[in-house]
Design a protein around this ligand. Structure first.
Ligand SMILES: Cc1cc2nc3c(=O)[nH]c(=O)nc-3n(C[C@H](O)[C@H](O)[C@H](O)COP(=O)(O)OP(=O)(O)OC[C@H]3O[C@@H](n4cnc5c(N)ncnc54)[C@H](O)[C@@H]3O)c2cc1C
Length: 72
């Protein structure tokens, strides 16, 4: 069994884990997250009044060369 640790469960850690698991299903992946929730800077803030606000990545652009390499 091959084991791999990923530090941080923001979008980068989560997508990295998903892509690695897709290409190498035999990998045993553990994601270590220091916060109480996942998502990193993309998170949902909840007020005591019950309102929620989604923070981070309100929009996703295709402006960089990196994103164009991920198109299928
Ligand atoms: C208000 C706001 C609006 C934004 N709007 C947009 C937008 O419209 N479009 C857009 O493209 N981007 C936007 N962004 C930026 C986008 O949210 C971030 O670029 C993206 O979420 C970064 O993801 P990441 O996984 O690389 O890093 P992060 O989200 O920072 O995740 C890193 C994770 O690693 C964890 N971590 C760090 N150190 C350790 C450790 N030692 N051990 C364990 N865990 C650790 C952190 O707790 C965190 O969960 C916005 C950001 C904010 C704050």
């Amino acid at each position: 069994m091959h084991r791999l640790g990923i530090v941080g469960c923001g979008i980068t850690g989560a997508v990295t884990a998903m892509l690695l698991k897709q290409s190498m299903p035999y990998l045993n992946i553990v994601i270590l997250e220091k916060s109480k929730g996942t998502g990193g800077r993309m998170c949902t803030s909840r007020s005591s009044f019950g309102n929620t606000v989604d923070l981070g990545a309100q929009f996703i652009t295709k402006s960089s060369n990196l994103t164009s390499t991920q198109e299928k």
